[in-house]
Design a protein around this ligand. Structure first.
Ligand code: WTA
Length: 657
């Protein structure tokens, strides 16, 4: 465990800067009273109950919270609701059917505007279609899609039936998709022929075919594949398994009566990387999840559904896309932009064109994207009218003060508060962030736990640490949108998050509070990497590498990277008897192999062929030494190494490059 995180260059530079909310912003903010923290602390359960009452309950809850064991938490458990009804129907019933729900922009420039009434029709048809294909409460449906409106419709239709979706990011490989489909036992896969990305077509259906072919021999749980026609690229349809979404859906009724489900009915599984090679299927349930996703949308993003044009640039394949593209905004009746493609297609002005064209008022993105825009230069952004923006958000990794200031000045025109939101796949929704009408912003800090949330910095023994000492970030009380388990692996859920501190949830992040009570995140303390705000596990990449016939052993670490925050670096020992890979060509072949095994996001930026890896006498790879060597730092204590010459050889190799 790396606890050597007491000072951090980011904070020291930022410490003197602070930005109180402007009077103008404060006056119109959804949350104006700093007393909200005290009020929530006086009765946290009542605070969350009140937030939950903003939803529509077919059967109101009477019991707010029930805990069996520290890791077994239930919220609003005797209440019943329908998630899709909350995100769509109730807005139409409230007379808001004409309001635009989705402003879709495809990468090639095609657009669609979808009102809540139209969304309602599509979701009902889709629910009827899925029901006819045998999808029932509790069934799993895998969704492997580009960022198009049908993806949102598919998720809502699954939710409407009380079934469980597992969205798999469209950049994942056939092998990763197969593993996720099988782990969840998905009976239906919803995909598209392709998606547009960087001017090319990502052939999603081909990847689904490959994933299902990998099952040859084993029985696959998949009965049907529904294929949305997006790009018109040629695909092979296998009868009777594969069906065209567009042809099927037209045959179904546009009326579907939503059934009420218990608050704890599972809503989705989302796989995320952990410290082992096997991704964890994080399970979220319904009432608590939607309560906090919707509540933070109002409090942190200050959403005004009548007037705001909201845009979150995350893909639905990640938790940010679940909570802040689909559930949070739609539960509040927001109007939002959905963009299919990449920020640099056809050129780097694309995002700013979109902001100008739709009059985006709230923009939520990741530091890595801001840094990319920064490198391109402010002129590109400044050629566009960004004056509609009134609030900016950041997520995924700490935002370095330089990027913060650029975001604030160039994109926000010194006018827009920046909400730096700290949370995780496991937390389901934002946990720490400014409340923009009352918080004095400190660039680089996620500021403070939201009302009703309690975070502490603990030492290894679970003792609270005094500011400003760094330690392990824990959530010491339960929150509504907390993960309920790891799909099919309760034991791993307990071991990963709950065993370390007993009662408190262990986040895996290092953090410290400063004397003012601001929270500073210090990065992961486990073997999880954060590349461009995406979580990757060193173990997962290592196991992908050793799958290659030429690889004897592999060690993967994260190295600091200006663009992506962290980058993947791999150290590989080749098998001596291998003939197919020459050491000269190995790095290219092996990085490509990782991309094929996991997905392009996991492709190592550096791959070094080494004769040996630094190991302890018990055979454990000392990644810390590799990190120091890669960073060009002097190698610290090597007394526990079995062979101290090994690291010297590697250091020489690195400096020789
Ligand atoms: C990191 C993304 C600092 C953190 C929502 C966490 C952050 C992991 C921030 C979760 C932030 C996320 N400041 N670090 N504002 N937001 N992180 O599950 O290490 O993809 O544990 O969820 O990202 O990543 P995940």
């Amino acid at each position: 465990m790396n606890l050597n995180i007491e000072s951090h260059p980011l904070h020291d530079a930022a410490a003197e800067l602070s930005y109180p909310p402007s009077e103008e912003f404060a006056r119109q903010a959804n949350v104006q009273d700093p007393g909200i923290y005290r009020a929530a602390a006086a009765d946290p359960l009542e605070y969350w109950a009140e937030e939950a009452r903003q939803l529509h309950w077919h059967k109101p809850f009477t019991e707010v919270f029930y805990r069996d064991k520290p890791h077994q938490n239930e919220w609003f458990r005797d209440g019943e609701l329908n998630i899709a009804f909350n995100c769509v129907d109730r807005h139409v019933l409230a007379g808001l059917g004409d309001r635009t729900a989705l402003l879709f922009e495809g990468e090639p420039g095609d657009t669609r505007s979808i009102s809540y009434r139209e969304l309602h029709v599509e979701v009902q048809r889709a629910a009827n279609m899925l029901a006819a294909l045998g999808v029932r409460q509790g069934d799993r449906v895998a969704i492997y899609m580009p960022m198009i409106p049908e993806t949102v419709v598919a998720m809502l239709a699954v939710a409407r039936l009380g079934a469980i979706h597992s969205v798999v990011f469209g950049g994942f490989s056939a092998e990763s998709l197969r593993a996720r489909i099988n782990d969840a036992g998905a009976k239906l896969v919803i995909t598209a022929d392709g998606g547009n990305r960087k001017g090319r077509i990502t052939k999603l259906k081909d990847t689904v075919d490959a994933a299902l072919r990998l099952d040859a021999g084993e029985p696959s749980p998949v009965e049907h594949v529904l294929v949305v026609k997006r790009c018109g690229n040629e695909v092979t349809m296998q009868e009777p398994r594969d069906l065209w979404w567009d042809e099927e859906i037209m045959t179904y009724d546009a009326e579907h009566r939503p059934q009420a489900f218990a608050a704890e009915n599972p809503l989705f599984i989302l796989y995320t990387s952990g410290t082992t090679g096997k991704p964890k299927g994080i399970l979220h349930t319904s009432g608590g999840y939607l309560t906090q996703a919707a509540s933070t949308m109002r409090g942190v993003f200050d959403l005004k559904p009548e007037t705001d044009i909201y845009w979150c640039t995350a893909d639905v394949g990640w938790i940010t896309g679940h909570s802040y593209v689909v559930y949070g905004p739609l539960a509040n009746g927001a109007t939002q932009v959905i963009y299919e493609g990449s920020p640099d297609t056809p050129d780097w002005s694309r995002w700013w064109q979109i902001v100008e064209k739709y009059g985006v008022t709230i923009l939520y993105t990741a530091p890595t994207a801001i840094r990319a825009a920064m490198r391109i230069g402010r002129q590109v952004a400044q050629q566009h009218d960004l004056s509609s923006l009134r609030l900016l958000g950041s997520v995924g990794e700490p935002i370095n003060p330089e990027a913060w200031r650029w975001y604030y000045e160039v994109i926000g025109g010194h006018r827009c508060p920046i909400v730096d939101t700290w949370w995780q796949t496991e937390t389901g929704a934002i946990m720490a962030a400014p409340l923009p009408g009352i918080t004095t912003l400190r660039p680089g800090s996620a500021q403070r736990a939201l009302p009703g949330i309690y975070l502490e910095v603990l030492d290894d023994a679970g003792e609270s640490m005094d500011p400003p000492t760094g330690g392990l970030l824990a959530a010491v009380t339960p929150w509504p949108s907390m993960a309920r388990t790891i799909w099919g692996d309760d034991q791993r859920f307990v071991e990963t998050y709950w065993e370390r501190f007993g009662d408190a949830y262990f986040t895996g992040d290092g953090a410290r509070f400063d004397e003012e009570g601001n929270l500073w995140l210090l990065g992961r303390v486990d073997d999880v990497l954060n590349v461009s705000g995406h979580r990757l596990s060193t173990a997962e990449i290592e196991s992908a590498l050793v799958e290659h016939h030429a690889v004897a052993e592999a060690a993967v670490i994260g190295v600091p990277d200006e663009a992506t925050g962290e980058a993947v670096a791999a150290f590989v020992i080749l098998k001596t008897q291998q003939q197919l890979v020459t050491p000269e060509d190995a790095p290219r072949q092996l990085t490509q192999f990782v991309a094929e095994q996991i997905g392009a996001i996991a492709r190592p930026k550096q791959l070094l062929i080494v004769p040996e890896l630094p190991k302890t006498r018990s055979g454990k790879i000392m990644r810390r030494l590799l990190r120091d060597a890669a960073a060009g730092k002097s190698i610290g204590d090597t007394t526990t190494l079995a062979d101290t010459t090994v690291i010297q050889v590697i250091t020489d190799q690195i400096s020789g490059r």
